[in-house]
Design a protein around this ligand. Structure first.
Ligand SMILES: Cc1cc2nc3c(=O)[nH]c(=O)nc-3n(C[C@H](O)[C@H](O)[C@H](O)COP(=O)(O)O)c2cc1C
Length: 189
């Protein structure tokens, strides 16, 4: 048994050896990638990323998410029109549309759950060397037309995915973040 108390295979056959290091590597290597190589993502890897989202924790295990996976290039280019900051979706190998629950008040409650699922999928992607980027959806009507969203669903966020065109994902020594000592308060503020 390894340090974390598990040394078996998961249902996708991935052996647990060294996985603590792999998790940290994925956390430190993930960055928002906005230009992608043309190479497609193997379907099993795409499913592993989606599975990371499905397994995410949520308040009272509510699981208020649905995922639509898009790999068709013409559809990806159309999806990129839903928000001015979604241009990176056009050249991605795939996009996962994370769809929120029906009512506004439920959505308010669901935000943290949805964020956890999104981050889990991005880390699972990084673990596979796959880059990812968020994109908000401003034009929900266009998203509805392109994706067939039910009428009562009013919120979605895109995750574009693909192998980075600029440079591979490697641990980032000095990420652009507020300093550790400013963010972390010990004992009290
Ligand atoms: C809720 C949320 C929405 C975001 N929306 C967009 C977006 O619409 N377009 C985009 O290019 N990046 C978007 N981002 C990515 C952020 O700009 C990015 O995480 C931030 O600049 C830090 O980048 P880094 O993780 O590469 O250091 C979003 C991130 C979050 C968490």
């Amino acid at each position: 048994m390894d340090q974390a108390g598990w040394d078996g295979e998961n249902e996708r056959g991935a052996v647990g050896v060294g996985r603590i290091m792999q998790t940290w590597e994925a956390i430190t290597s993930r960055r928002n990638v906005r230009s992608f190589a043309g190479r497609p993502i193997p379907p099993a890897d795409l499913d592993q990323i989606l599975e990371a989202g499905r397994r995410s924790p949520s308040s009272q295990n509510w699981q208020p998410w649905d995922f639509i996976v898009v790999t068709d290039h013409a559809q990806l280019r159309e999806l990129a029109q839903v928000w001015q900051g979604a241009g990176h979706v056009a050249g991605s190998a795939a996009a996962i549309v994370v769809v929120g629950p029906a009512a506004d008040n439920q959505f308010h409650r669901a935000q943290l759950d949805l964020g956890q699922a999104i981050m889990a999928m991005m880390l699972a992607a990084a673990d596979l060397g796959i880059g990812s980027c968020h994109a908000g959806v401003a034009d929900i009507q266009l998203a509805r037309e392109l994706l067939g969203l039910p009428e009562d669903r009013n919120w979605a966020l895109l995750i574009s995915l693909g192998y980075p065109a600029d440079r591979p994902l490697v641990p980032i020594k000095n990420p652009k973040r507020r300093p550790f000592g400013e963010v972390v308060h010990r004992g009290r503020w």
